[in-house]
Design a protein around this ligand. Structure first.
Ligand SMILES: Cc1cc2nc3c(=O)[nH]c(=O)nc-3n(C[C@H](O)[C@H](O)[C@H](O)COP(=O)(O)O)c2cc1C
Length: 438
């Protein structure tokens, strides 16, 4: 690696884990690993595969309710617990888990995440979310979710308290002086936080994490979500159906980060669903194979909800009928506008549309050869669409194996992705500085 190479901007690539894959029907495939979802070795192998591809990190989303147990391979093992094991089965790759600021307390979260950072040798990130659903709230003592604005005020305070707790130990607090102090009491301080939602005296009962602060991710889409990201996120997950949508989010966030007075690099990683194979026809066949596993009735019922009309009599293999424009639709706008965009740009059959919605929803999908996919990723990367990608393989483990065996070498040969890890912490993989002790 030469000095000039070391300055070349590189993509960040993150594997977003999800049961048997992000396609809702992936678990139904005869060769799926659905029976292994409770076996930690399944997740350890996935992390090892991602590490073989030199990916930056593995990410677990999380929710606080059981979800639809009849039609999906959702969360099984609690992510922070699983990450403790996965980090011991790997050496370099980072691990990120969602942590809900609505359901955790700052002390609990700071302690768990700091412990994981020590266990993994500095490879942990946390994705702070405010959570979404009343069914989750009802598992945590609420009747319903607190309002959106309140959730984000709480998230803001939550983050400040967690960061304070991580700084409650100085980096050099530990003395191990057998005749004197274990730790220097002057270097372990309470934080005495008192806010709208939390009282946290501190100090934490875990010394300062290896990375100072485990890396803070965020994925908000609303104005308060973007503001939280601008104020404190160190890396951001995004949803973008196509390049114009990605650019609009990317430019908005970069501008908000600057306006918040932060002259720092905050990588933005949109979600990306890929079907890759040596030929385009084979890649399309992989997509079709999963789409055909979708139970049509359940998918049509879900589509009917999204578009506000009954579609049970529609022909699955004919083009989707014309839908009313966005202005005439009174339901939730985000998903409806994505459906209109998919119909407009891809002219799918009804079955293909159901498949697109069943794998990644509003996230970008790329189907093709390794070169075609690398071309598109490079185009987004060079044109203010992305600093990297949050890979959402439609099926696991096949989808990530395809990606690292076929697409990663193309990106590496173009100098767009690392061929070796240069550092050993998640911060180093992402090009982020270690925060000073405050
Ligand atoms: C890649 C990605 C992962 C996410 N993971 C979670 C998650 O694990 N749990 C969760 O409750 N929300 C998750 N979200 C939802 C966001 O945190 C956020 O609530 C959503 O984007 C809507 O934005 P808003 O809260 O600003 O309205 C995720 C979003 C994205 C794009």
């Amino acid at each position: 690696m030469t000095a000039s190479d070391s300055h070349q901007r590189m993509m960040h690539i993150n594997l977003f884990l999800m049961g048997c894959g992000h396609h809702r029907a992936a678990w139904r495939h005869p060769q799926s690993a659905v029976e292994q979802l409770g076996d930690i070795r399944y997740y350890e192998c996935l992390a090892q595969t991602a590490e073989r591809g030199k990916l930056d990190a593995v990410f677990f989303a999380d929710s606080n309710s059981a979800g639809n147990v009849s039609d999906g391979s959702w969360f099984y093992l609690e992510p922070l617990t699983a990450m403790a094991a996965m980090s011991r089965a790997t050496e370099k790759i980072g691990f990120i888990s969602t942590v809900s600021s609505t359901f955790y307390t700052p002390f609990h979260a700071a302690r768990l995440v700091a412990s994981l950072d020590h266990i993994s040798g500095g490879r942990i990130g946390w994705n702070v979310v405010t959570s979404m659903f009343d069914v989750e709230a009802r598992n945590h003592g609420y009747e319903a979710m607190p309002g959106h604005a309140e959730r984000y005020r709480r998230a803001d305070e939550f983050v400040q308290a967690v960061l304070g707790l991580w700084d409650s130990w100085a980096d050099d607090a530990l003395r191990f002086d057998r005749q004197g102090h274990y730790a220097d009491p002057a270097k372990v301080r309470p934080i005495n936080h008192q806010g709208e939602f939390f009282r946290v005296d501190g100090p934490l009962n875990v010394p300062r994490p290896v990375q100072g602060h485990p890396v803070l991710f965020q994925a908000g889409a609303s104005a308060p979500g973007r503001e939280l990201a601008a104020r404190c996120a160190e890396a951001i997950y995004a949803v973008a159906y196509d390049l114009p949508a990605a650019q609009s989010y990317y430019r908005d966030i970069k501008q908000r980060v600057k306006a918040a007075g932060r002259e720092v690099y905050v990588p933005i990683l949109p979600g990306l669903v890929t079907y890759v194979a040596p030929t385009e026809a084979e890649a399309k066949a992989k997509q079709r194979e999963l789409d055909e596993l979708l139970p049509a009735d359940a998918s049509l019922r879900q589509l009917a909800m999204f578009i506000g009309q009954d579609c049970s009599g529609w022909d699955l293999d004919a083009p989707v009928p014309t839908l009313p424009p966005l202005e005439e639709f009174s339901g939730p706008q985000g998903r409806y506008s994505t459906i209109l965009r998919i119909i407009e740009t891809e002219q799918p059959t009804l079955r293909q549309l159901l498949g697109r919605l069943a794998a990644g929803g509003g996230h970008c999908t790329m189907v093709g050869t390794p070169q075609q996919i690398a071309d598109k990723m490079e185009h987004w990367f060079r044109n203010e669409g992305a600093d990297g990608f949050n890979l959402m393989p439609p099926s696991l483990p096949g989808g990530i194996e395809d990606f690292i065996e076929q697409v990663v070498p193309v990106l590496q040969s173009r100098g767009l992705f690392r061929t070796e890890y240069q550092g050993s912490t998640l911060r180093e993989h992402l090009g982020l500085a270690r925060p000073d002790h405050r």
